[in-house]
Design a protein around this ligand. Structure first.
Ligand code: SME
Length: 169
């Protein structure tokens, strides 16, 4: 059973990533990928307090909203438009310091000012979902955030994936 994780909000961002690295393997040990995605979202929101934190899952060639915390969001996203689709298609993290400077940004909440999206991939490198964080502050994410999250997601990523399903890319 998951324990509530206490995060020290006076700690540095790197220290909070260290805490996530320590706590995630135990928290995300369930066989159900939706349960694991939901707890990961909650944990990241507890650690950093960002405006929106959540998953979009690759389903039949579209991105469909998964577990999230924050304001209601777009239910489906499509290839060729937006940050989530770019991270999915390029299979790499996308950092957007200012969403107003990103052509084709999909606005789910007018309060989002910067965004980071990362692919969730299996051992063969196929993308099954993307993990998206939005902040109300401009420039809240940089390459260090992308690297820390990508390392963590690559390490635990299989717990977010329904192994009975092939990626519908
Ligand atoms: N802004 C994203 C859409 C998802 S929301 O931010 C939750 C995009 O451009 O793909």
């Amino acid at each position: 059973m998951a324990q509530a994780s206490a995060f020290d909000h006076s700690a540095s961002r790197q220290a909070r990533y260290d805490q996530l690295d320590l706590q995630c393997p135990a928290l995300l040990s369930d066989a159900d990928p939706v349960a694991n995605q939901a707890n990961f979202v909650a944990m990241v929101r507890m650690a950093f307090g960002w405006h929106w934190v959540g998953f979009y899952r690759v389903v039949h060639g579209e991105l469909v909203l998964g577990p999230f915390q924050g304001p209601v969001a777009c239910t489906r996203l499509f290839k060729g438009k937006g940050v989530c689709a770019e991270a999915w298609v390029r299979n790499e993290a996308v950092v957007v310091p200012n969403v107003d400077d990103y052509p084709g940004h999909v606005v789910c909440s007018a309060e989002s000012r910067s965004e980071l999206v990362l692919p969730v991939r299996d051992e063969q490198g196929h993308v099954h979902a993307v993990f998206d964080v939005d902040s109300t502050a401009i420039g809240d994410f940089d390459q260090q955030d992308a690297d820390r999250f990508q390392r963590l997601i690559d390490a635990v990523g299989s717990c977010f994936i329904d192994n009975a399903k092939s990626p519908h890319v």
